[in-house]
Structure formats: C-alpha cells, structure tokens
Design a protein around this ligand. Sequence first.
Ligand SMILES: NC(=O)c1ccc[n+]([C@@H]2O[C@H](COP(=O)([O-])OP(=O)(O)OC[C@H]3O[C@@H](n4cnc5c(N)ncnc54)[C@H](O)[C@@H]3O)[C@@H](O)[C@H]2O)c1
Ligand SMILES: O=C(O)C[C@H](O)C(=O)O
Ligand SMILES: [Mg+2]
Length: 570
Amino acid sequence: MNPGRTRWDPQHGRWETTARGRAVLADPRLNKGTAFPHDERHALGLVGLLPPHALTLEQQAARAYTQYGVQPSDLAKHVYLTALHDRNEVLFHRLIADHLDEMLPIVYTPTVGTAIERYSYEYRRPRGVYLSVDAPEEIERSLLATELGADDVDLIVATDGEAILGIGDWGVGGINISVGKLALYTAAAGIDPARTIPVMLDVGTNRSRLQEDPLYLGNRHPRAERAAYDTFLDAYVETATRLFPHVVLHWEDFAADNARRVLARFRDRVPTFNDDIQGTGAVNLAAVLSGVRASGTPLPGHRIVVFGAGTAGIGVADQLRRALADEGLTPEDAARRIWCVDRYGLLTDEMTGLRDFQAPYARPAGEAAGWARDAALGGIPLAEVVHRVAPTVLIGTSGRGGAFTEAIVREMAASVQRPIILPMSNPTPLAEAVPADLLAWTGGRALVATGSPFPPVPYDGVVHRIGQANNAFVFPGLGLGSIVCRAARITDGMLTAAAHAVAAQVDPAEPGTPILPPARQLRPVSAAVAVAVARAAARDGVARAVVDDTIDSRVRAAMWCADYRPVQAV
Ligand SMILES: NC(=O)c1ccc[n+]([C@@H]2O[C@H](COP(=O)([O-])OP(=O)(O)OC[C@H]3O[C@@H](n4cnc5c(N)ncnc54)[C@H](O)[C@@H]3O)[C@@H](O)[C@H]2O)c1
Ligand SMILES: O=C(O)C[C@H](O)C(=O)O
Ligand SMILES: [Mg+2]
C-alpha cells in the first residue's frame, strides 16, 4: 500500500493526495468512510471498497453516537472515541462538537487520567510524535516524519508525563494528555487539527511498576538526570522552532521544578506557555473575579488561602498577586493577601526546603508564632490557617481528595457571607471537596467551582450549577489568539486579559448561577478569550500581525469547523 503524498491546499480549501484506494481510507485526515461522494470514490479508487450507499456526515455522527452510547464504561467510551479519531478525524471532531458537555469528561479530565494509566494496555495505534531522551539526534527526523512543512504547524502540545493531572508519573502514557488537550483546542477554539502535533518527551519514568511491566511501551529507565534532560529539551525547542517557525509551544503536566525551569528558559525566546502554571492561574483568576463580583467585596478586601503550593498553586497565587497589584497594591502587599499551605503546612520564611517560586508567599515567622502546629505534619495545618486567617477565598491545588473537611469549611463559612471555594484538583476523586458537601456545610452560601465536572446540586429550593475551574476555559483561546496575531511571546498581560475575558462571560448575581460559563459555551468563550489575548499581545508589543478592529472577525474566521472538505486526486 503506497501512502502517497497528501497536502492541504489553502487556496482551494481542499486536500490534494496522490494516495489511492485503501491508503485513502487509512488516512484519518482524508477518510470520510461511507460519506465519500461518488465522484471522489471514482477519482480516489474507492469504488468497490465501500458499501454503495453514501451517507451524510450528520447520519454518520448519529450512528457513531449510538455506537458510543452502548460502550459499557467511560474508559470504553474513551477507547471508542480514540479509535474513531484514528479512522476519521472530521467525524470524531463533529461528534465531540455535537455533544461537548457529555464528551468533555471522556476525552478530557477525568477519564483521560484512566486512559493514561491504561495506555500500554489499551494501545491500538500511535498518535503524535514520540521523542526519546536517549536519541536527541532523532528529533528532527521524527518531527519531519509528520510530513508537515514550515508553514503547516501552528501548535505543539508536549508533556514529559511526570505530573499527569494529580496522578503523578505515567511515562509514555502521558501522550494522551497532549492528545486530549489538542482535542479541546479544536472543540473549543477551532484550532485546525491538521496543523497541530501532540508530542511525548520520553525521558523515562520513575514508576518502577511501569519499568517492569512487560507491556510498557516507553523508555524503561528512571527519568533522565538534569543535564541530559536539559540537553534534550533544548534540542526539542531548537528543532521544533526551526522546522516550524510560527509554532506556539504548550507545556503540559511537568513536575513543579521542571515546569518552572522550562518556562523560564524559553518564555523570552519563543511563544510558549505552561498550561498548569499559567492556564490554571488565569482560569482561577477568572473564577475568583467572578466570585468576588457575586460577593460584593472588591478583590483587595479578600483573604485568600491556596492549599497545595506546587505548579498550579503558585501559578494561581502569581496571577492573583498581579491582579491585586493591578488594583494598586504593592507586590509585597499583594502577596500578603495570600496564604499558601503545602505538604508541611503554612509556608513561612523560617521553613527549610522552601522552593524558590514559593518564597514570595512565605509568611514572616513572627506572624504565625503563636499558631498551633501539627507535630506529624511538621508545621501549621490548613485548619489552623483557616481559623486564624478567616479566609474569604479557599483554593485547592493539592491533589489531596477530601482535604477541605466539614470542620474547615464550616469554620470558614462562620465568618464570611459568600465563601468562594475552588477545589481545583483533578481527576474527580482528588477534588478537595465535592460541591454537594460544600453547599450543605455553608447553608447554600458557597460560591463553588471545581477542576473536574460535577452535576448541579439542588439545595433549599435552588439548583446550583457548578462551574468548571479548569484551564480548558483559557488555553484554547490563548492558543488561538496567539496564532491569529502571530504572537512572538506569551506575556503576563495576555494571561490577565484571558482571565478577564472569561470572567466577563458570566453574571453570577442570580442564585444558583455558576461562577464560570458552562462547558457547552466553550466555543464563544474561547473566541472572546482569543480576541482579548490578541489585543493584549498588541498592547505588549509582541503581536507580529496587525491587530485592529477586524480582529474579532479574523479570530472567528480562523476557527476550523468539523465538516468534510473536498479531496482532490492528484
Ligand atoms: N483545574 C485546573 O485547571 C488544574 C490545572 C492544573 C492542575 N490542577 C490540579 O492541581 C493538582 C496539583 O497539580 P500540580 O501540577 O500543581 O502538582 P504539584 O505536584 O506541582 O503540586 C501539588 C502540591 O501539593 C502539595 N501537597 C501534597 N500533599 C499535600 C498535603 N497533604 N497538604 C498540602 N499540600 C500538599 C505538594 O507538596 C505540591 O507542592 C492536581 O490534582 C491537578 O490536577 C488543576
Ligand atoms: O488537564 C486538566 O484537566 C487540567 C489541568 O491541566 C490538570 O493538570 O489537572
Ligand atoms: Mg495539566
């Protein structure tokens, strides 16, 4: 079977291919299955290879939805969608677009977590590009194997699989988070899937169970030491940006130290962002701003506790601090409104082992001198911090399911009318509290949003819909805006703009209204985020394309939709 050459012809809005027959059906970009019209069947050598009657995309999507519906578990649904993705990309994206609310938890958190854990068992076909720390010299050849040229790639999502959601090191299975994020880019922001690449940066795994598993598909050695790791990442960024000069580089699910280091190393050189630090920081800021509006107290009047001071937690704190500074506070005063609690308790400046990115939030030891310490923990626990600080905002980025206990939440709610409580950890079992409990413990007063999706909670005659404080509300629009304005860098100003754009999409004044928009509005929300991001890029002097009054329509015109395009035999 000769796969032939296939390219997208933007001028005519069609695929051109030298492939014929079964090679066409085997290419998920080209394959329309039973929807191939008769003229294309003839031109592409498909006559006789398909049953005679041609269906429409809508009919195919309805059939696929039925097939999806009879899958016995969420993992089976994920596997079904993955197989569909590998057969027919347009149909996959159409199905997701038609059922976004329902399928988001399957292609994305929480089920993507299970799929990552089960990767080497559920494996059917490869997707994306797998790069190995043991062969940095193969990076160029591997990226070129996609057959994509210099002008063909807008976006790469890469992970090293060390800190997947809150479930830790899953090695090569992490490719599924890159794939899942890209599915969201397309569903939410209409990023053309053919112009993206999911990448697995396989630097090994420290999970011995994977190293010893005969079916494990990744490198079977411990994670590379720092020098080899850095050489590999340098080579990846150098090669990717040389081959694809317009590419935006998205980093996902790196462990905290590498996440910070890698971002700091490249953010002033190329358009790049870390989703867990910056995307999360921005969606959290959106949720806080929206909750703050509902609470009636302006932001500087709030006391914020962040539980879990790692990649996401400090990313969240950094953007809150900037938002407070925007309200006129000095950076020091802004940091004083934020109390961070990590695995050894409240961060204080007498702590040993404080990480450099945590240091700005360390409280002066004197402030907490008389506070109760927990001997087993080795520091001041969350309960004591809540007792002493009386926070108005409580954020969970710890990956510790159930950490916001009834006692803690009741204590918080005793001194604040509308407590803003955001258990952001994923997947679902790791949420610091579940919305039904939070509403029960606060007499329905809590303003809640969660990292993974939760169903609405009826309480005292009001149905409370639960917003999803997930970076999915930010990264798709951030990517789209950056691509459309050809951003040379991704600045803090672009992230703040994204947060404000998300917050502007909701009016949480009505009882029961979520503080973030519903997932089914991801597309208009992402368009608004993209416009705000492009404008901010222009203000910050990093937009390489013109950003003027036409930016709104240009963003919308750039959004890809899941429809079949003509396939031209050449
Ligand atoms: N909703 C979102 O958009 C979003 C985005 C990114 C991350 N997250 C979630 O946040 C969680 C953390 O992710 P991360 O990438 O920041 O991981 P991380 O490992 O960098 O950070 C977790 C932090 O929690 C601390 N911690 C662990 N046990 C603790 C305990 N008992 N008490 C207090 N702190 C404790 C760790 O020391 C670490 O600093 C994950 O569950 C992840 O899914 C959510
Ligand atoms: O992937 C998600 O659902 C959000 C976030 O990036 C996470 O790591 O939890
Ligand atoms: Mg993540």
